[in-house]
Design a protein around this ligand. Structure first.
Ligand code: DHB
Ligand code: FE
Length: 284
């Protein structure tokens, strides 16, 4: 059967992608950000997954504001990097895993989560920046990726608790796929940031670090954080953090197993307008 062996969490700041694409990683401002991912890049090579299930949010790129699915699973064979206004990022095409996607859709919908099926989608910085941070600049991404898009852009957004429970359902789905696959699940977006209005530029280091503590040691408590607390404490775009709970809910200890091993924890301010957070958790 397929198994989820690890979860990865990371911010997805678009300027990080631009810094990488324009060869600025050694500039002092960016050096500290990329240093935080040196471990993760080696870890990806040493623990190469067969598939990455990548939870991210679309930023009104693929869906626009005309149609906004709360949870959308990519079922396509491939996805092109999106043009977000400056041309598509010069990164590899993303290959999917249609058989596993279709299986997860079937299983998760039968577990009463209504997913939108997406047979064609361009993927924006929400998906490509985490891939770049964890894989660098390869000619091809190391494995197939299943994009899973969550609406955190237009209210109403799903609660952390619902995201956490969805992670459990995704785990069940993966474990009932009849092929030996090593699957990693990624939760992306966050940490604290606000891009608009009078509080633009808001960063809350205390909230972010408390969130990382909770996510590691007491994910059920992290899941209970109401959405208004994210917005108040972590800024309007801090709500992206609920996506991390989907990945966390798929780990062993959320499903009766043992606590995860923390392989990496990184926190850095600033990157553009955002606090960068990153975790790697392995199942025991
Ligand atoms: C920034 C962060 C984001 O999460 C995003 O989607 C766009 C911009 C920023 O910090 O600039
Ligand atoms: Fe974002």
């Amino acid at each position: 059967m397929a198994r989820i062996t690890a979860s990865v969490y990371t911010s997805h700041v678009p300027a990080i992608g631009a810094a990488l694409d324009m060869g600025k990683t050694q500039e002092p401002y960016w050096q500290k950000v990329f240093e935080g991912y040196d471990y993760g890049k080696q870890w990806m090579k040493d623990n190469k997954p067969d598939v990455v299930f990548l939870v991210f949010n679309d930023h009104a790129t693929a869906f626009s504001l005309e149609m906004i699915p709360t949870f959308a699973i990519g079922t396509a064979a491939e996805y092109q990097p999106a043009d977000e206004g400056w041309g598509p990022r010069p990164v590899p095409k993303v290959y999917g895993h249609p058989a596993l996607s279709a299986h997860i859709a079937q299983s998760v919908i039968q577990q009463d989560f209504d997913l939108t099926l997406v047979n064609k989608m361009d993927v924006d910085h929400g998906l490509t920046v985490p891939l770049s941070l964890m894989c660098g600049q390869p000619d091809a991404w190391p494995c197939p990726v299943i994009p899973f898009a969550v609406n955190v852009v237009q209210y109403p957004v799903p609660s952390g608790q619902r995201c956490y429970n969805l992670g459990k359902a995704i785990r069940k789905a993966v474990e009932s796929f009849d092929e030996d696959l090593n699957v990693h699940i990624w939760g992306t977006g966050g940490m604290s940031h606000q891009l608009q209005g009078p509080r633009a530029g808001l960063i809350n280091k205390e909230f972010d670090n408390a969130f990382l503590d909770k996510l590691i040691d007491d994910p059920q408590a992290a899941a209970a954080i109401p959405h208004i607390d994210y917005v108040r404490e972590a800024g309007s775009e801090g709500i992206e953090l609920v996506m991390w709970l989907i990945a966390r809910g798929a780990m062993d200890d959320a499903n009766g197993g043992g606590k995860p091993i923390v392989k990496k924890r990184f926190y850095h301010v600033p990157a553009s307008n955002t606090a960068v957070g990153h975790l790697i958790l392995e199942n025991p």
